[in-house]
Design a protein around this ligand. Structure first.
Ligand code: ZN
Length: 312
C-alpha cells in the first residue's frame, strides 16, 4: 500500500503482477471509500489495508467504479458482500452489468478463455440493485462532507466517469487519462500512454475527455494503472500526442490485410520503445514488454475493433 497526502492511499489489486492495477482508498472522517475494487482476487489486499488502518468493514461506505471493465470492477459483487454498509457508485451505462454480470462474463470469456478468466478475475458475483447509485454528469456525492464530483468521460469506454476530489485537486481517472507504470518513471516523471482496449475506443471522445480533465488544472491524477502522478500539464500533452500516434499507427496498418494485427503490434511496440527512450528510461525492450506487453496486445485489439466499426 502507498499512502499519499489528503487521506488517499493506493492498494495493489493483485492483478497478474504487483504494480499493474491499483485500488484507491479515501477517507473522510470515520468513513472510507474505494475507487475501483479490482477483481475477486483483490479483496484480501483491501481487507489487509483496512485492518492496517484500523477501519472496520462497516465504515467502508462507498465502492466507486470508474467503469465496469473487469480489471476495475469484477470484484464488486464480492466486495459488496464483504462490506455490508457500502453502496456501489457506478456510471448509468455500467450499472446493469454490475447487477447482472452475465453479459460481461460472456464477453470477456470470449476474449480471454475460461481458464484465464478464473486466473485473472475469480468469481464475478451480482450486486443487489437496491445498493447501486447511478451517477450522471455533474453528480456530486457527499462522502461524509468530502465532495466527490463525477463527470462523464467517454473515449476508453462509454461507461466511464472520472471523479474530482476538490480536497486533493485530483482526478480519479480510471483509464481515461491513460496508463503510467512505476517502472517507466524517470526522475519522478511518469511515462504515460493511452489505453485503446476493446471494444469502445473512440479517439475523438477520448481527446475531449482528457481536455476536460485538464481544464480543471488538476494537481494530481490517480490512475488505476498505477497510482498518483503529478506534473499533469506535461503528462496531458504527452497523452494527447500519443492518442494521435495510436490513431496514425492504426490508419497505417489498416490496409495490411491478414497481417494487420502483427503490423499493429510491431508498430505500437516500436513507437512506445522510441518514446520511452526519448523519455530517458534505461529499460531494455524485454523489460518494457514485461511491463506493458499485455497493454500493447489489448491496444492492438481495440484499434482493430475501431478500424472495423468506426469512421476511421
Ligand atoms: Zn484498466
Amino acid at each position: 500500500m502507498i499512502d499519499y497526502e489528503h487521506d488517499i492511499s493506493a492498494i495493489d489489486a493483485a492483478l497478474l503482477r504487483h504494480g499493474m492495477a491499483s485500488i484507491h482508498l479515501l477517507r473522510a472522517g470515520d468513513q472510507a471509500a474505494l475507487v475501483d475494487c479490482g477483481t475477486g482476487h483483490s479483496l484480501a489486499n483491501v481487507k489487509a489495508a483496512l485492518a492496517h488502518k484500523g477501519i472496520a468493514a462497516e465504515q467502508l461506505r462507498y465502492i466507486i467504479l470508474t467503469h465496469v471493465h473487469l480489471d476495475h470492477a469484477s470484484g464488486a459483487g464480492a466486495a459488496m458482500r464483504a462490506f455490508p454498509d457500502a453502496q456501489l457508485v457506478v456510471h448509468p451505462r455500467g450499472a446493469r452489468h454490475m447487477i447482472d454480470p452475465s453479459k460481461l462474463i460472456a464477453g470477456a470469456t470470449e476474449v480471454y478463455g475460461r481458464q484465464a478468466m478464473d486466473d485473472m478475475y475469480g468469481d464475478i458475483l451480482p450486486v443487489d440493485a437496491a445498493r447501486v447509485i447511478e451517477t450522471h454528469d455533474g453528480y456530486v456525492l457527499d462522502f461524509n462532507g468530502r465532495a466527490l464530483e463525477f463527470i462523464d468521460t467517454p473515449g476508453h469506454a462509454k461507461h466511464h466517469h472520472c471523479i474530482w476530489d476538490a480536497r486533493s485537486r485530483g482526478w480519479f481517472s480510471g483509464d481515461t487519462f491513460g496508463l503510467a507504470y512505476p517502472e517507466c518513471t524517470v526522475d519522478g516523471r511518469a511515462f504515460i500512454f493511452p489505453t485503446t482496449s476493446p471494444v469502445q475506443f473512440d479517439p475523438v471522445a477520448m481527446r475531449a475527455s482528457v481536455e476536460r480533465l485538464l481544464s480543471r488544472q488538476p494537481e494530481a491524477m490517480f490512475l488505476t494503472h498505477y497510482g498518483k502522478v503529478t506534473g499533469v500539464p506535461a503528462l496531458g500533452r504527452a497523452l494527447l500526442s500519443r492518442i494521435d500516434a495510436h490513431v496514425a499507427i492504426a490508419r497505417a496498418a489498416a490496409s495490411a490485410g491478414d497481417g494487420r494485427k502483427q503490423a499493429l503490434l510491431a508498430a505500437l511496440t516500436a513507437y512506445l520503445m522510441d518514446e520511452l527512450r526519448a523519455h530517458g528510461s534505461p529499460l531494455a525492450r524485454d523489460e518494457a514488454m514485461a511491463v506493458w506487453g499485455l497493454d500493447i496486445e489489448l491496444n492492438a485489439q481495440g484499434l482493430e475493433v475501431w478500424l472495423d466499426t468506426a469512421k476511421a
